[in-house]
Design a protein around this ligand. Sequence first.
Ligand SMILES: *Cc1c(COP(=O)(O)O)cnc(C)c1O
Length: 457
Amino acid sequence: MKKNQIPYKMILPESEMPKFWYNIQADMKELPAPYLNPMTKKEITADDLAPIFASGLIEQELSTERYIEIPKDVLEKYHLARPTSLHRAYNLEKALDTPARIYYKYEGANPSGSHKLNSAIPQAYYNMLDGKKRVSTETGAGQWGTAISIASQFYGLECTVYMVKVSYEQKPYRKSIMHTYGASVIPSPSNLTQCGRDILAKHPDSLGSLGIAISEAVEDAVLHDDTNYTLGSVLNHVALHQTIIGEECKKQMEMIDEYPDIIIGCNGGGSNFSGISYPFMMDKLQGKTKTRFIAVEAAACPKLTKGKYAYDYGDTAMKTPITMMYTLGHDFMPSGIHAGGLRYHGDSPLLSKLYHDGYVEAAAVNQTEVFDAAVLFAKNEAILPAPESSHAICQAIKEALKCKESGEEKVILFNLSGNGYLDLYAYDQYLAGNLEDEIPGIGEELDRSLGELPEIQ
Ligand SMILES: *Cc1c(COP(=O)(O)O)cnc(C)c1O
């Protein structure tokens, strides 16, 4: 097929769906430092993880096998929403007057509205296999909570979602969706856990954070034998599940005889970025390609660009494994930006290592330029993007404009991780001119929170 005949939208035949997840650990020159047990600070074992995670997921977390077979049942559930379409952004290209060819993979058309369902389905599946009755989890903006509520329902599990209190109050419809799928939703910090009660005793008006909600969900799982904890990002097994995005995308691009020069994803805990990137990163690690990979974070939560590469906890109450990652400190309090999914203090250990070793670039963008990009995209491509995903759009536009200046016909691919139909409050704020970029006191807050990193011998 000639490049000028490339369709607006590429649909992969269902028979071409990848049947394996790709594990980048098989091709990394050096693996990240091991996780540490938060109590003993010794290297973590599968036994340490057993009280909170399903055995199938622990195996994946620690595996260095290159390809891991997707269980037949999970593949069937994937078919409800996959394969997803790959779009050529002809209209956006025209609006930018760029010689670049811009592509995006759209993960927001499934019932949960984001890529998170790709990991929610296998996580619920492996917990069902272990005979668990219930899963606990946290959610910030609500996309993960929605995805795991759907997946729990598929496998007959009860689902308890600790939702960051500020989102619980600002996004009532997210709650309604989770309730519809049968989940219980608890504003965090809550009175139901010791760490919730501790926080409330100190800060009765606490609006919560992802770090606090994770602590509550982990405590719930530790104290109940029939319950496991699930996490929507950051960990190796979550990145693994998300590689279905990049694997499909690679096949789609092959069918139109294209290969990306630049791959862009927004970065909260690293899962959607990893998902679109790693199957292509394999070629780079094997020395076959020179693709650039750009992880885009919120300037208000700049772990890669301003954080420290260090061992840190994944949660506020210091109950999760300690991992080597780019972090802003486990009790860093980001300002209340509208891309709730990008407000996590840390990052995926795998992505952190790849960034540290120079395989990935990072960019930080501001809230107002992100919404400028979101609106330009919506007007030209019709899809209303999630604020998180719009960070990737914003960077893609910047790269396309550089191509306009240099006259280079680069191929730019970005992941459109979700739709923004439940983020209309944020759009309203933007359209009314109420959004701000200022990140008051981030320097001081960062100095304080980085002072709280655990000491590791
Ligand atoms: C959760 C979320 C993100 C951020 O999480 P990652 O693990 O970094 O992908 C980005 N986009 C959307 C739509 C999300 O729901």
